[in-house]
Design a protein around this ligand. Structure first.
Ligand code: 13P
Ligand code: SF4
Length: 307
């Protein structure tokens, strides 16, 4: 245990030197391991991290999240070097939609515009009209000049947002393996164990689970709600890395994750050692072919402009 603490200390010291040498900023999603969130210059959800990548002055971005997030950063900041700690950190939900499938659906619904969750690959983004995240999905849908919307790839978030718009939402059948795992039974059991707790839930969970929420929102919205609420105890229906920021903001409140399965194995592929190594070697770098990046950028930038 002591050895581990010493290793982390050494890695943090190395990182501080490398960051200066490379003029680098470390961006970390709230689902990353604590050891990464601790050293991040900026922590956030998908939306805040995309915004930060687009606006930073640093020459190098180390993006600690999953692959589509690093890609989005590179698309938004094409002149910067974007490093990811491990190329194998993918998102199974993003892999559930591909260009051919999306083109076929577009052909079936020629009047529809495509709203893509940011959890998509760059080549899929290039086939869409606008991106969104869980933090702005309803606003984005309302901003689109069409009454029919093709929504990719998350069926659970698609179901959730369709309750807040009169537009016809044509929903792709993808889902997040992690959030979709949470069941009504899990939440009922947690409520029995913690009768005074409020249940806060991410809309990537199943509709029947989301319907049980005392509060429903993106990762950032959940963090803000728990920080500002008078309630002292919460059952949390999102990925367990969120606990880092929840406990940092409110050390005296209690947070119970709704099941032990709310862990995204892809997000946990990264660790501090890999963060240091990627800055040392300046590898792996994210590359997006310019003809794809230009089209995908238009969709991402449209999202960033939605107020
Ligand atoms: P947000 O970051 O938009 O809350 O999305 C959660 C998620 O699953 C990211 O992969
Ligand atoms: Fe993808 Fe779900 Fe993991 Fe987010 S939590 S990266 S949506 S698998």
């Amino acid at each position: 245990m002591e050895r581990k603490a010493e290793q982390l200390k050494e890695l943090k010291e190395k990182l501080a030197v490398l960051k200066k040498e490379r003029n680098a900023i470390i961006l970390a999603h709230y689902y990353q391991r604590d050891e990464i969130q601790e050293v991040a210059d900026f922590r956030g959800d998908s939306f805040l991290l995309a915004q930060k990548a687009a606006s930073t002055d640093a020459e190098t971005i180390v993006f600690c999240g999953v692959h589509f997030m690093g890609e989005s950063a590179k698309i938004l900041a094409p002149n910067k070097t974007v490093l990811i700690p491990d190329e194998r950190a993918g998102c199974p939900m993003a892999d559930m939609v591909n260009v051919d499938g999306l083109k076929a659906l577009k052909a079936k619904h020629p009047n529809a515009k495509v709203v893509a969750y940011i959890n998509t690959s760059a080549d899929v983004k290039a086939e869409t009209d606008i991106c969104c995240t869980s933090a702005n999905a309803v606003k984005v849908i309302e901003s689109v000049d069409a009454e029919e919307i093709i929504w990719v790839p998350d069926k659970n978030l698609g179901h959730y947002v369709s309750q807040f718009t009169d537009k016809k939402i044509i929903i792709w059948e993808g889902y997040c393996n992690t959030h979709d795992m949470l069941t009504v039974k899990d939440v009922e059991e947690m409520r029995r164990l913690h009768p005074n707790a409020q249940f806060v839930v991410h809309p990537e969970c199943r509709p029947e689970v989301v319907a049980m929420g005392d509060f429903v929102g993106s990762t950032t919205a959940i963090i803000k709600y728990c920080r500002e609420s008078d309630c002292q105890e919460f059952i949390v229906g999102t990925e367990d890395g969120t606990g880092y920021q929840l406990r940092k903001d409110s050390p005296h409140k209690q947070f119970h994750f709704a099941t032990k399965y709310l862990v995204c194995p892809n997000m946990k592929v990264n660790n501090l050692k890999k963060v240091v190594k990627c800055l040392e070697t300046m590898q792996p770098q994210v590359y997006v072919p310019p003809h794809i990046a230009d089209k995908a950028r238009a969709s991402l930038e449209r999202m960033l402009q939605v107020k």
